[in-house]
Design a protein around this ligand. Structure first.
Ligand code: CS2
Length: 534
């Protein structure tokens, strides 16, 4: 049996594996991170590792918190917090490439559910200067369409009555901040790195709303002492597979029970408003700006929107991975048209970003053969993802009276996918915090369609579905959207995905595509984010 990766075996790793070159015994914890999943460990943690490498400021150790599962803690504790990041792609000659780095920034891992009070204590620890989050969209206990806190969320209800044993991320943050205030501790930055538009502002308003319920004075303190920068992070990080673990162990010569795999590409744009300093994340290619909103919009619409479309349309075709889905000519052509004709025109005027280059690069990223990502993984939690990925774009297009057929097809694909069966007849489970109300919604829509006159059935169905306010908000009242959704859903139901793709490709385009900028312009204007350690 192989020896385990840990402080001791770290010294014996092969020379081609990058390692933290600083003295880990001198690390002090400056960051508490909620949600120690693969995404964090493949971006912020490694960026912190590189920042400490560059500056030798070792006051940014990470105390990682898993909200529920003990798996990460159980795997990383025997490894002294060490794990491997494997960046994988294909070399220009076509051969697979993999670069390994053992990341040293995570000092310790806790599980909030086991000991929530220990997490509150850490938030209220004098050395803690940043509390960051990657808890996924659903971790915010908010209504996706409006961003408002869901006061009927069972965890929020629980937390209002349980100040020392909170279960939700919002509860943990607010009670931790209350303790910080009580102790007269210095300011703190709360940094959301999740895929939400205005993720910092959203977090701030959720924290303040909860704080107001428990102690009005606390809101004033938070307002004065805490900052909530908005940020955008982009790196594709599929779930780690057993074969990744086996391959990485073979290269390391020791066993790493919890490595992460990702693409070399990393783009991290953050508003530079930190209440108590920050690591020099520029060392990992992070960009600091005064307003991250345009970059968030760009990424949510041009990366995550198409990603979700691939997951649902590919999933309906019975395709297992995003890469295989994107390689299908009909789907690839659809994606390209949707990005070029319907999404890109809503994204003009973003400094230093060439949209053509951005689009081409995304299409290249998703077919990375060394990084298979399951359509099932990206399809998860659609109710939490669609508002910022597809519906915001649709809203903007409707304001201009512009074509939305392709975006409507992507939304229809989500609704069709929710039936839990693909076109080959295979069943898939629906992983979504709103799975139960969504199942009822589909049933209601079926009843309404059956009760309607045959030529009205599709419209009735779409009206019921789009009337689901937690996801669609005011879009349920927009006749143009309902008609477009009805048409695409009907085509999917009657003729299937490939036919729907052909139909949207065939019809004349209502809006002129934005002009190609040409390769030279693209090369000059596209921001080239640094690949970590590249
Ligand atoms: C994906 C994202 O799982 C998903 O929903 O769309 O995780 C995506 O891979 C990242 O946001 C890329 O930065």
């Amino acid at each position: 049996m192989l020896e385990r990766l840990n402080t001791e075996s770290l010294t014996r790793l092969p020379a081609d594996v990058e390692k933290p070159p600083y003295d880990r015994s001198r690390l002090t914890p400056g960051i508490v991170h909620l949600g120690l999943g693969a995404f964090h460990r493949a971006h912020q943690a490694v960026a912190t590792d590189l920042a400490m490498t560059a500056t030798q400021d070792l006051s940014w150790g990470i105390l990682g918190v898993s909200l529920r599962s003990a798996a990460t803690r159980d795997a990383l504790t025997p490894q002294d917090g060490l794990y491997t990041l494997a960046l994988r792609d294909t070399a220009p000659g076509g051969e697979p490439r993999e670069q390994l780095r053992v990341v040293g920034a995570v000092q310790r891992v806790m599980v909030a559910e086991e000991d929530p009070n220990a997490v509150l204590e850490r938030i209220a620890y004098p050395q803690t200067r940043i509390v960051s989050l990657t808890i996924t969209e659903k971790g915010y206990s908010h209504e996706p369409a409006t961003g408002h806190l869901r006061w009927d969320d069972p965890d929020i209800l629980h937390d209002l009555d349980n100040p020392i044993r909170p279960r939700s991320a919002i509860g943990l943050l607010v009670y931790g901040l209350a303790l910080r205030r009580e102790r007269g501790l210095p300011p703190l930055t709360l940094l959301s790195c999740d895929n939400l538009q205005a993720n910092g502002d959203t977090l701030r308003s959720l924290v303040l709303a909860f704080a107001l319920r428990i102690d009005a004075a606390l809101t004033g303190w938070i307002d004065k002492h805490c900052t909530f920068p908005n940020s955008m992070v982009d790196r594709i990080v599929p779930a780690t597979r057993d074969e990744d673990r086996a391959r990485i162990a073979q290269r390391l010569g020791v066993e790493d029970a919890w490595p992460v795999v990702g693409e070399p590409y990393l783009n991290w744009v953050i508003e530079d408003k930190f209440a108590a300093g920050r690591p020099a994340w520029e060392a990992a290619g992070a960009t600091f700006v005064t307003n991250a909103a345009p970059y968030e919009r760009l990424k949510l619409r041009m990366v995550n929107g198409p990603h979700s479309a691939l997951a649902y349309l590919g999933g309906l075709l019975g395709i297992a991975t995003i890469g295989e889905a994107a390689a299908l000519p009909a789907l690839r052509g659809f994606l390209d048209d949707m990005m070029r004709c319907e999404i890109a025109p809503t994204l003009k005027g973003i400094p230093d970003v060439g949209l053509e280059g951005y689009r081409h690069r995304f299409l290249g990223r998703v077919v990375n053969p060394e990084l298979p990502q399951l359509t099932r993984q990206v399809a998860m939690d659609g109710s939490q993802k669609l508002p910022q990925r597809l519906l915001a774009t649709i809203r903007e297009r409707l304001r201009g009276g512009d074509d939305i057929r392709r975006l409507a097809l992507a939304v229809a694909a989500w609704l069709h996918y929710l039936r839990g069966v693909d076109e080959t007849g295979a069943r898939h489970s629906i992983q979504d915090p709103l799975a139960a109300p969504l199942a009822k919604l589909l049933a209601r829509a079926d009843v309404a369609a059956r009760a309607a006159a045959p030529n009205q059935a599709a419209l009735r169905r779409a009206m019921v579905l789009a009337g689901y306010r937690p996801v669609f908000g005011d879009l349920g009242k927009k006749p143009v959207f309902i008609a477009a959704l009805a048409a695409q859903l009907e085509t999917l139901r009657e003729h299937g995905v490939l036919h729907a793709l052909q139909e949207v490709a065939r019809e004349p385009q209502a809006a002129a595509p934005i002009a190609d900028e040409g390769e030279a312009a693209v090369a000059a204007s596209v921001r080239e984010p640094a690949g970590v350690g590249a």
